[in-house]
Design a protein around this ligand. Structure first.
Ligand code: COA
Length: 280
């Protein structure tokens, strides 16, 4: 697959600023601005295909997920607000029963995003609600503009989150804050989200793109092989006891001493040279 773009997911290849490194950053924009980029079946299918493409493509060193900006307002109508993703597409829930839900929500795109071995960044400008908050939580790093709002409003639909927020949000912000967000369904500001550890950085709307790109470029200039080891080892903290996690780290750390990139990184330091990663 050369280009995984679809009508609801625009994929761009962003060149690297460091020309000594091969590859690019993949920027995926969820593109349903008139529906606040809500996750319908087509978006979820596109995102899943995008994730397989990322995993199979050695050139991709970092991934950014974002939402399309609002289109100009139609005549006589108010403009739509900015959104990362305003949740799962609620219109698809009408009449849906548990059997259909298990099929729709099993092995879904949010899990595919979470399972990527490459670094992922959510660039959030506007509403990140329900499934949108969950897409953001399934990325490694979240950067938000000041006007962004986060929330898990499923309770207002007689539901709870179904793309992982009861678990991943709780790991990010803790048990108490997660209960409050899920039980009240209230939105919180980007500043509050930053305060509780839901987002890594908050910047102005104007700075958001540049800030995110700079961060992605920095990460993309490292060894993809070492980054994957770092991600896998840190994620082990979520599913293991501290002692088990430390044992996993010891094993992963030692294994890196057999890698080409450890030799290259150490050589470059000793010779005051720039490392040329082989990604192995
Ligand atoms: N699913 C389907 N459509 C959605 C949607 C969703 N999750 N969120 C927004 N939309 C649609 C609206 O139906 C509307 O479509 P229309 O213009 O064709 O009628 C359009 O996006 C714009 O949304 P609107 O509600 O008019 O904007 P607003 O500025 O008044 O309110 C929100 C913005 C985010 C507060 C409001 O859209 C909202 O509460 N969305 C649902 C959030 C939610 O519950 N998410 C969890 C889903 S499980």
């Amino acid at each position: 697959m050369d280009d995984p773009s679809t009508s609801v997911l625009a994929v761009e290849k962003i060149p690297l600023s460091d020309d000594s490194v091969n590859g690019y950053i993949a920027l995926a924009t969820i593109n349903r601005p008139n529906k606040l980029n809500a996750l319908n079946t087509e978006v979820m299918d596109s995102l899943k295909r995008f994730c397989s493409w990322v995993e199979d493509n050695d050139q991709i060193r970092c991934v950014i997920i974002t939402g399309a900006k609002p289109l100009p307002a139609e005549e006589g109508k108010r403009p739509k607000p900015n959104a990362f993703v305003a949740g799962a597409d609620i219109s698809e829930f009408v009449g849906m029963d548990s059997k259909a839900t298990k099929v729709k929500f099993s092995d879904n795109a949010v899990e595919a995003l979470w399972s990527l071995t490459k670094p992922t960044i959510a660039m959030v400008d506007g509403f990140a609600l329900g499934g949108g908050c969950e897409v953001a939580c399934s990325c490694d790093i979240r950067i938000a503009s000041q006007r962004s709002k986060f929330g898990t409003p499923e309770i207002n639909l007689g539901l709870i989150p179904g793309y992982g927020a009861t678990q991943r949000l709780a790991k990010l912000i803790g048990y108490g804050k997660t209960l409050e967000m899920i039980m009240t369904g209230e939105m919180i500001s980007a500043i509050e989200a930053h305060k509780i550890g839901l987002v890594n950085h908050v910047c102005s709307e104007e700075e958001l793109q540049q800030f995110t790109m700079d961060l992605a470029q920095k990460i993309a200039s490292k060894s993809v092989f070492t980054l994957a080891t770092a991600k896998r080892t840190i994620k082990a903290a979520l599913n293991n006891t501290l002692d088990e996690g430390i044992a996993i780290e010891a094993e992963e750390f030692a294994n890196l001493f057999d890698s080409k990139d450890k030799e290259e990184g150490v050589r470059a330091f000793m010779e005051r040279d720039k490392a040329k990663w082989q990604d192995k």
